[in-house]
Design a protein. Structure first.
Lengths: 130, 120
């Protein structure tokens, strides 16, 4: 089965960890993830500036490793990310901001990517919503 | 046949960016001519309140964007009747026209009718 996974919560929220575990289970069971789409506060789950105490799980690092090692399509909504200060090099330069905190394997892109994933997937599964 | 998507908007208009971000999903999908519906549920119905004064909160009003939904091809708009009643809102006074007010059972049927559902 083809899954699209949307996440609305930051790395410190339990729902970010649950989304990651769900995504891992999807692949472990031989299903496909057509896209991960991080929206709203979910953009913070993709930030490379999250620093977690040594005895706690670093969820944003785990997300990064998971997306990279499985060569997934990891999209962070650009409008939501700009609003919350999650920028890649290009956007940091465009808006004259002092630092970038989003890097590969993540891509910044628009909401069209969410709709595209909805069309391509058999199931859209959302985490961190109300 | 494109898959249909129901967007359920559950947050009040001024409690953060959620209302706008739910609306943005609808407007983006409308631009792609996708079959979309939007349901206002729980505090989400407060977005439909008439005479909001966003500038008092130094916020940008989203009413115009809500009213633009039909222009963007998002014509299937719904509100939960119980959510409206709990908040003292009358269906006749809402700021969006051509909105269908639904009972709980009708909402269950509505959700069933769509291929995918996203709740914000």
């Amino acid at each position: 089965m083809k899954f699209a996974i949307a996440l609305y919560s930051p790395a410190h929220a339990p729902s970010s960890r649950r989304a990651l575990q769900f995504a891992q289970a999807v692949l472990a069971d031989g299903h496909e993830i057509v896209r991960l789409f991080f929206y709203q506060d979910g953009v913070h789950s993709a930030s490379s500036n999250v620093v977690t105490p040594q005895d706690e799980l670093d969820i944003s690092a785990q997300w990064r490793a998971f997306v990279a090692s499985n060569q997934l399509d990891g999209v962070v909504c650009i409008a939501a990310a700009l609003r919350r200060g999650v920028l890649n090099e290009e956007e940091a330069e465009r808006y004259s901001r002092p630092a970038a905190n989003l890097a590969a394997p993540w891509d910044l892109s628009g909401l069209g990517q969410l709709h595209d994933a909805v069309q391509a997937a058999d199931r859209l599964i959302c985490f961190g919503g109300p | 046949m494109p898959k249909s998507l129901l967007i359920i908007s559950r947050q009040s208009p001024w409690s953060g960016p959620s209302a706008r971000e739910a609306l943005d999903i609808a407007l983006a999908g409308g631009a792609f001519d996708l079959p979309l519906g939007m349901l206002f549920l729980d505090d989400g119905v407060l977005q439909l309140m008439p005479s909001q004064n966003a500038s008092q909160l130094q916020q940008k009003d989203i009413t115009a964007n809500l009213q633009a939904l039909s222009m963007f091809g998002v014509e299937d708009l719904f509100a939960c009747g119980a959510s409206l009643a709990e908040r003292g809102l009358l269906p006749a006074e809402l700021n969006v026209e051509a909105l269908q007010v639904l009972r709980h059972q009708e909402i269950a049927t509505l959700i069933d009718r769509y291929d995918q559902v996203i709740t914000i």
